[in-house]
Design a protein around this ligand. Structure first.
Ligand SMILES: Cc1ncc(COP(=O)(O)O)c(C=O)c1O
Length: 389
């Protein structure tokens, strides 16, 4: 036997059978046979990986699965949901363009709109996406894109997606939809006239709070190419291990979504019966402000998020989370376990109390990401929290 071997590669043992799960491919670089082969790869005559920031099998497998869920082609996995938002905005817009964002976008998306894009010469405005009139009023001659979320965070208002899509399509404006909260189980934005779809895969899609990832896709192949090139150039692309974990999470997505939604519906009903609760927000409830749109757009799918307002202020809010100590008080969503978020002390803490109140976020406001627990055990834990108020 040779005492010394060359460093790499010795190849894998032969096997007539294949693994039943996607292997993890952590390689940063891929070896090609000859410079001619490399030419063929770069010039698209054959497919082959070169360097993992440019693409790797685990990212491709994950993106293809999400493509299938969204009815899309050629989407890319990114290192976080914000990387996907960044690619959509900065990869497509140029200095002098104008973009309109929903006024209740995810906090960091709002920050991009309010701070980073203007610094780069991209004009921004915010508008209420539940009103197509408000979005129309915000348009300018140089408006190139509108970015909305279908269900707003944390007030769970439903955007007028169809109205905004008609408006954008009639004016040649790109419509980008962040489908994180709703997921393809509730709505596929391409079916409603969107041009770009974005996900924080970190949330329901991966589903276990152990991976940070995103996804973005454009309907137009040339735009998609541009998104991909921008993500590769700026290093927004993800690690193989994260993609592998997310692919595993996606295998149970449908089951998780169904159970979380059933739990959410029950929880919303339960909270509404409690005297400590002033108000419950859940898209399929008869008292939801956008109930009709929730029904027509999401077709009765209420998703896994429930928000509610406690009677009282910070003291009652503290008592509730202490009483419901079996649930994680943590600012994320889409985990297998229920998580509780208090926007006034987390996502919306940068706003003044008056500005928070203007969008209905008081000290008693809680947003719940409902998980997969046994529903009786879940309601019992909420009852403990409310009893403590
Ligand atoms: C709607 C929405 N979009 C985007 C993001 C950003 O995703 P990530 O945290 O994976 O960067 C979040 C995060 O909470 C979100 O809720």
């Amino acid at each position: 036997m040779e005492k010394k071997t060359l460093i790499r590669p010795t190849g894998l043992p032969d096997s007539a059978s294949v693994p039943v799960v996607t292997p993890i491919m952590p390689a940063v670089a891929y070896a090609s046979a000859t410079p001619d082969t490399l030419d063929d790869q770069y010039e698209g005559r054959v497919h082959g990986y070169t360097y993992s920031r440019e693409g790797h099998p685990n990212a491709a497998v994950l993106a293809a699965r999400i493509d299938a869920m969204e009815g899309a082609r050629g989407g890319i996995a990114t290192g976080s949901g914000m990387a996907a938002v960044t690619a959509a905005l900065m990869g497509i817009l140029s200095s002098g363009d104008h973009v309109v964002g929903g006024d209740q976008l995810y906090g960091r998306s709002l920050r991009l709109m309010n701070e980073d894009l203007p610094r780069l010469g991209i004009e921004t405005s915010l508008a209420d996406p539940t009103s197509v009139t408000a979005v129309k009023a915000a348009l300018r001659p140089n408006t190139r894109m509108v970015l909305i979320e279908v269900v707003s965070n944390p007030t769970l208002r439903i955007a007028d997606l169809d109205g905004i899509a008609d408006l954008c399509n009639s004016r040649g404006i790109l419509l980008a939809v962040d489908n994180t909260f709703t997921t393809p189980s509730a709505i596929r934005p391409f079916d409603h006239g969107a041009d770009i779809v974005i996900h924080s895969v970190t949330k329901l899609m991966a589903g276990h709070s152990d991976v940070m990832l995103g996804y973005v896709v454009a309907k137009n192949p040339a735009l998609n190419e541009r998104l991909t090139t921008f993500a590769v150039t700026t290093g927004l692309t993800p690690s193989p291990f994260d993609c592998w974990l997310a692919e595993r999470g996606l295998l149970t997505f449908d089951l998780r979504f169904e159970k979380a939604q059933a739990n959410a519906e029950k929880l919303a009903g339960f909270l509404a019966t409690r005297p400590e609760v002033k108000h419950v927000l859940y898209p399929t409830r008869p008292d939801h402000p956008d109930k009709a749109r929730a029904q027509s757009l999401l077709q009765g799918v209420g998703c896994n998020m429930v928000s509610f307002v406690l009677n009282g202020g910070r003291e009652q809010a503290n008592a509730f989370t202490t009483g419901a100590a079996g649930l994680a008080f943590a600012p994320t969503l889409g985990d297998v376990g229920t998580t509780i978020s208090h926007p006034a002390s987390s996502s919306h803490r940068a706003l003044s109390a008056e500005n928070r109140a203007a969008i209905g976020i008081t000290e008693g406001f809680f947003r719940i990401s409902v998980g997969l627990e046994d529903s009786d055990a879940l309601l019992a834990e909420f009852a403990k929290g409310l009893d403590a108020v």
